[in-house]
Each structure stands twice: as C-alpha cells, then as structure tokens.
Design a protein around this ligand. Structure first.
Ligand SMILES: NC(=O)c1ccc[n+]([C@@H]2O[C@H](COP(=O)([O-])OP(=O)(O)OC[C@H]3O[C@@H](n4cnc5c(N)ncnc54)[C@H](OP(=O)(O)O)[C@@H]3O)[C@@H](O)[C@H]2O)c1
Length: 346
C-alpha cells in the first residue's frame, strides 16, 4: 500500500510518501480502505514539527488521527463488521489486540496516528470497537471531518452545558472547526439563539451563513457591549470558548448571565486568560473544561449530519501524495475550512 511515513520530526518535507506492505488485521481488528483523513493543526502539524510534545509517538510513524472509508478485511472474532461496510475511526483506542467489544480490556491505549498507525495510508487497521458506521447519506470526506470535530462540540453543548431550546449561547471562534460545528448544533439541533463571535468580518459572516442569529466581530468592537445590546442586558446562558484568547475571553466571560455555564476543550491562544471572580460567584456561573466526548456522540453526530443539520466545512480535498502541501496550507493559517486527504486520488 501507499502511505505517508514520518522518520524524524521536522518540516513538512519529512512526510515521506512510500510503498509499504499491506497491514493484516489482528484478532478483533478491522482493516479500512481509507477514503478520507483530516489534517489538523495540533494533532498533525505540530506533532510532525515536533513542537507539540510527542504524545508518546514512536518513529517511524504513519500519521493521521482519523479515517473514513470501507472495511476491506476483518480479523478473527469480528462479527459486527463485514467487508464492504462504511466505517470511520478516530482518536484514542486500544493498542494491543482486544475483543471486538473491548470488554475487559485493560491494556495500553493510544491515539491512531500517534501511538499506532494512522489514517494517512491506503489501508489502516483499527480495533473493531473503535469503528463507527458511516450512514449511506454521508460522503467519506464529510464523515471524517464530522467525526473529528462534531462529537467534541456535541459533548460540550449538549452533555456538559445542557444548552436548551430558547436559551442563548455565545460561540467564540465562530469561523473555526469547533466554532462552525458548534453553531450548527446549537441552532439546528438544539434550537438555541446563537451569537457567533469571531475576529474578522469574514468569519462572522460564515457564522451567520451557518445559522447564527447574531454576529459580532470582536476585533472591530467590544464583545461585552455588543452581546449585552443583543440580549437587552440579560447576557447569555452558555459561553462556548475553545480558544482562551487573553484579549477577548475576559470580555466574553462578563456576558454570562445568571446560572450561566462556560464550557471549553481548547486553549491554543492562551492557555492563561483572566476572569472576573466577582462575576463568577455573583452570577452563580459554572465552568466546565473537558476534552473528548461520549462514545454514543459519534453516531448521534453522524445521524445529524446525514439529516443535513450539521455540515462540515471543507476547504480542499487533496491526494494523499500531497500531504506535505496539506500541512503547509494548515500551517499557513490562511485556510478557512478543513483540508482532507483522499488516498483513492493518489
Ligand atoms: N475535535 C476538536 O476539534 C477538538 C477536540 C478537543 C480539543 N480541541 C481544541 O480546541 C481548540 C479549537 O480547535 P479548532 O479546530 O476549532 O481550532 P481552529 O479552527 O484552528 O481555530 C479556531 C479559532 O481560533 C482563533 N485562533 C486561531 N489561531 C489563533 C491564535 N494564534 N491566536 C488567537 N486566536 C487564534 C481563530 O478565531 P478568531 O481569529 O476569529 O478569534 C480561529 O478561527 C484547539 O485548541 C484544539 O486543540 C479541538
């Protein structure tokens, strides 16, 4: 098979497009013929550069922390999957051989593309328990992006903040990955009033196009004043911030009203940002930080995407052989949506 291999950390040129033997699925594993794998700022680009801690990565490594495609072989003991099924996988999973349902597995866990071979390959083996069925109505490129971002947004808004229909949510970084999907979940799935906030006119416009009721460019005007104007002084019920921008988050925090909830799973512009403790206790605010999601959130997000309630923002789909170019694009910070690699294109 063709795969991208990293032999040493460094610039995008270390992503080497090579011929490797086809991997064989071990007991309890499925092999996926990859049609899509996403390229991510932290998990792929910074990891490859060697600037983001190595998260236990061992070289040489086939990167790619997710994949979507077609099951083309199953290992011994696998009954839930058949050759030809549409499947996606991502994130942390058992590293050793485990039963199909993972029951009783106490061995080491790690992320695909970091501690076990990843999705930047024509073929990848993953534990059967890590696979999620991709609905027929969802193409693989969208499935990979939905898998990567939507469950985290779902967990933050639905499970943790418990955002309800009729409540108001302030979505920070509205043009980003978690921002764009958060807007759609809040609006089209939950039925909340959504304020999309971002640091440019274009990113605010994108938030409005995705369904936000209001938009604020926090580089053009004071975020707190704008939100209080929009909410007639009441403030918002939920603040969704995965950026921790120290210049903007303090003003966003002050927009939380009584019994407000702030949820977060990211801090790439921080991690330190000041908040007003008087406001915290006076408004009885709860702050919840938690990455990840519940296992069932993936299938729920796929179903919502198949119904057209959530759409992934894809900037470009490139052949696997152009992985280095994909990394350069993500690194440049100039791309708005996701870059997806498709090994079936070469
Ligand atoms: N599955 C996931 O997506 C996931 C899961 C867990 C954790 N996270 C974490 O959540 C965070 C957001 O992920 P994402 O994929 O949504 O990020 P993103 O799309 O790359 O960026 C989100 C927004 O952050 C702002 N931003 C980017 N770089 C910045 C910088 N250097 N300084 C200040 N602001 C900057 C930009 O918004 P404005 O300029 O408009 O403010 C951008 O639109 C990351 O820290 C990520 O590690 C993500």
């Amino acid at each position: 098979m063709k795969a991208i291999v990293i032999h040493r950390f460094g610039p995008p040129e270390v992503l080497s497009y090579e011929d490797l033997p086809d991997p064989a699925p071990r007991a309890g594993e499925i092999r996926i013929r990859v049609h899509a794998a996403t390229v991510n700022r932290v998990l792929d680009v910074r990891l490859r550069a060697g600037t983001e801690g190595h998260r236990g990565a061992t070289l040489p490594l086939i990167p790619g922390v997710d994949c979507a495609g077609i099951v083309d072989a199953v290992g011994a003991g696998v009954t839930r999957w058949r050759v030809g099924d549409r499947a996606a996988a991502a994130g942390v999973m058992p590293l050793d051989v485990c039963a199909e349902d993972e029951a009783g597995y106490t061995g080491p866990q790690g992320m695909m593309g970091v501690r076990r071979p990843g999705g930047f390959a024509e073929l990848v083996c993953v534990p059967a328990s890590a696979g999620v069925a991709v609905p027929a109505a969802l193409d693989f490129h969208h499935a990979a992006v939905i898998m990567r971002h939507a469950p985290t947004a779902w967990n933050l808004l639905c499970n943790l903040a418990k955002l309800k229909a009729g409540e108001t949510v302030l979505i920070m970084g509205a043009g980003g990955n978690l921002g764009t999907v958060g807007i759609q979940i809040a609006k089209h799935v939950i039925g909340a009033t959504v304020i999309a906030a971002a640091g440019s006119y274009e990113r605010v416009q994108l938030g409005l196009e995705l369904g936000a009721d209001h938009g604020v460019d926090y580089h053009a005007r004071d975020l707190h004043d704008a939100v209080m104007e929009i909410t007639a002084g009441r403030g918002v019920d939920v603040l969704y911030d995965n950026i921790a921008n120290p210049r903007v988050l303090p003003r966003a925090f002050k927009t939380l009203g009584l019994d407000g909830r702030m949820v977060t799973a990211g801090a790439h512009a921080g991690p330190e940002a000041a908040i007003d403790f008087h406001h915290l206790y006076d408004r009885r605010i709860t702050i919840i930080g938690r990455p990840g999601h519940r296992a069932e959130d993936r299938a729920t997000c796929f179903a919502a995407a198949a119904e057209g309630k959530i759409r992934a923002q894809i900037e470009r789909v490139l052949p696997l052989s152009r992985a280095a170019e994909a990394h350069r694009l993500v690194e440049s910070g100039e791309v708005q949506g996701k870059i997806v690699l498709d090994p079936t294109m070469g």
